[in-house]
Design a protein. Structure first.
Length: 97
């Protein structure tokens, strides 16, 4: 899959367009073919090493952007089937965990 990863906190030159393996779909998960994303102020702050960066810095590769829309390609969920059009906020780090 194509992804833009954050190599280290800083300016936009720390973002790298790359190819990553498609993640495995675990129980109660879906794989979504993304059609659109949004970039929000929290993404910009996190890129700079602020915002959610402290909660995410251990995650590699670090991919910013949590708001997505797309189509379910694989499903191990009873709530979604292949072909469903979906949107949502994915894997946003929780400070209370």
């Amino acid at each position: 899959m194509k992804a833009i990863i954050l190599k280290s906190p800083g300016d936009v030159d720390q973002l790298e367009y790359t190819e990553l393996p498609i993640p495995e779909t675990r129980p109660d998960e879906v794989l979504i073919k993304v059609k659109a994303i949004s970039i929000n102020p929290v993404d910009t702050k996190t890129r700079k090493g602020e915002g959610m960066y402290g909660l995410m810095k251990k995650d590699h590769p670090l991919i910013l952007g949590w708001d997505i829309s797309g189509i379910v390609e694989k499903s191990k969920s009873s709530d979604f089937k292949v072909g469903d059009e979906v949107f949502g906020m994915l894997n946003f780090p929780c400070w209370w965990k």
